[in-house]
Design a protein around this ligand. Structure first.
Ligand code: PEP
Ligand code: MG
Length: 548
């Protein structure tokens, strides 16, 4: 029995089954030079292999639609030209010419800034694999043909491998490569198959057919478990599935407390893909779109057009509120292409709105992109780390400046786009009444608010037990913010981790919080808490240490 701990949970869930090691045959090309007379024959071989492959892909794509982009790439002139050039000018046989061309095209996609385009590299390599198999006349293992119940272990899984996955057979997936946004992760999540990715060297540690237990939520794999461990996993799995089923049945219900108060149950996201996933949980909107991931995933400050493309997609996708937070870098979030001065206290340093207000041209690019997207949906903008009215006013002035510019250019935007702020600094708490008169909404960021109120670094493991958002000081601050917001007639939400903690939900409802925003995985649990909330569950002598 061997136990492995891993960090990348691609899709939660618990599974126990025998392992199927999914390994491709050797598809590497032989280094074969050809003569001029053989050129036409080699090109013909390539074309016929490609036609066969497209035929097979079309059959598969009929029932999935996932492979449509593959077929486009396979038909694209770039592949054909690359292969022909290598055959005719470099006298390489079809296999070698395909191998090299595929790598060349794959590298082009891999080097692109747009995360969606970057992911297309996997599609190209997938095509290459299938073309090589056709040319070499070898058949590839077919996950769709598996029977019984298995956990699939693979170096990586490409879209065409996964398109016929049957969740009744494939009980779990473990891959050596792949990130959380890779195709296999997205698919596993959508099919609800427990999956762990980026598990280095797992293939060499597994025998085909050995029993494996995995708890993907906890990141645990047990190879060859004894009977007791196996029985434990099976019991946990049943309990987990029952709990999931129960919670999923609640998903169609709007988040209304038993007293009849409608609560906005929203998601925190970092990308358009996250929004798609969150919408499946029947959320009331996006309470926090962390735009810094857009900046961190780029090789340069994303331009207005690049940002607009993302925000526009997000706004169109989101039938309800979409709260876009302006850039929040600095602290622990850095950019590869921009050098920050070394700071003694980065979390007290040049971060978030401070950077935006100091780099006005960059700020304008973002605000213009957000404003343009506001014409396409229910967009709200929100500023991070505000400590003074001057900052809020200056940021608002920048919004107005961009509005005037767009107006002059005849570009559409929502004139009434709400402009709100994160409440995540002690100063914002103490000035909450003043801020509430000038902001259209508040969103409490308990991650930073707790760190700054308690002087506890949110990332320091040594003092992690002191990072406590149930601390009376934090609770009083939250109560004060909500009260100030309501006095001024604005809504108060929360997008820090506390909002997604089921233990905190009744307390926050009691304090009058209007909107809860959290990662998609917490939505079902929070919904249940809201639906069950009867009102007034904590009274005098509660955690705030104050009488009500
Ligand atoms: C917060 O501080 O609570 C918050 C939501 O923002 P971030 O975690 O991105 O700093
Ligand atoms: Mg924060």
């Amino acid at each position: 029995m061997e136990q492995i701990y891993v960090e990348k949970t691609a899709s939660r869930g618990i599974a126990a089954a025998k392992v199927y090691k999914y390994q491709d045959p050797d598809l590497r090309p032989a280094l074969t030079a050809i003569t001029e007379e053989q050129e036409a024959g080699e090109i013909e071989r390539f074309r016929s292999a490609r036609a066969k492959m497209i035929g097979k892909m079309q059959e598969m794509a009929d029932d999935s639609g996932i492979l449509a982009a593959h077929i486009e790439v396979a038909k694209d002139g770039m592949l054909e030209r690359g292969v022909e050039k290598r055959v005719r000018e470099e006298k390489k046989n079809a296999e070698l010419a395909v191998w090299e061309t595929i790598r060349e095209i794959g590298n082009i996609f891999a080097g692109m800034d747009d995360p969606y385009m970057k992911e297309r590299e996997a599609d190209v390599l997938d095509i290459g694999k299938r073309l090589m198999a056709e040319l070499k006349g070898v058949s590839l293992p077919d996950l769709g043909a598996l029977e019984g119940e298995v956990i699939v272990a693979a170096a990586d899984l490409y879209p065409s491998d996964t398109v016929k996955l049957n969740p009744k057979v494939i009980k779990g997936i473990i891959t050596e490569r792949g990130g959380l946004t890779s195709h296999v992760s997205i698919l596993a999540k959508s099919m609800d198959i427990p999956a762990l990715v980026g598990v280095t060297d797992i293939l060499s540690r597994l025998e085909d057919g050995v029993t494996v237990c995995m708890d993907a939520g906890k990141g645990v794999i047990v190879i060859d478990p004894d009977e007791e461990v196996l029985a434990g996993f099976q019991a946990q799995r049943e309990a987990y599935l029952l709990e999931r089923q129960r919670l999923e049945q609640l998903r169609c219900r709007p988040a209304v407390t038993r007293e009849g108060k409608r609560i906005a149950l929203c998601a925190n996201v970092g990308s358009v893909e996250d929004i798609e996933q969150a919408l499946e949980m029947n959320v009331d909107g996006i309470g926090l779109f962390r735009t810094e991931y857009l900046y961190m995933g780029s090789s340069h400050f994303p331009t207005e057009e690049e940002q607009f493309a993302v925000y526009a997609k997000a706004a169109r996708l989101c039938p309800k509120e979409l709260t876009i937070r302006t850039l929040d870098i600095g602290g622990d979030k850095k950019l590869d292409y921009f050098s920050f001065d070394r700071e003694e206290n980065p979390f007290l340093g040049w971060r978030a709105i401070r950077i935006s207000l100091d780099m006005k041209e960059m700020f304008k690019e973002q605000l213009r992109a957000i404003l343009r997207a506001s014409a396409l949906g229910h967009v709200r903008v929100m500023f991070p780390l505000i400590i003074s009215l001057e900052e809020l006013r200056e940021a608002r002035r920048m919004v107005e400046l961009c509005q005037r510019e767009l107006e002059q250019e005849g570009v559409a935007f929502d004139r009434n786009m709400p402009v709100g702020m994160m409440m995540e600094t002690p100063a914002s708490v103490l000035l909450a009444e003043e801020f509430a008169r000038e902001a259209d909404f508040f969103s409490i960021g308990t991650n930073d608010l707790t760190q700054y109120l308690l002087a506890v670094d949110r990332g320091n493991k040594r003092i992690a037990d002191r990072f406590d958002y149930f601390h009376p000081a934090v609770l009083r601050a939250i109560r004060h913010i909500i009260h100030a917001g309501h006095q001024a007639g604005i809504t108060v939400g929360m997008c820090g981790e506390m909002a997604g903690d089921p233990r905190a939900v009744p307390l926050l409802l009691e304090l009058g919080l209007d909107e809860f925003s959290m990662s998609a995985g917490s939505i079902d649990y929070a919904r249940e808490q809201i639906l069950n909330y009867k009102g007034r569950e904590w009274k005098e002598g509660d955690g705030t240490g104050e009488k009500k």
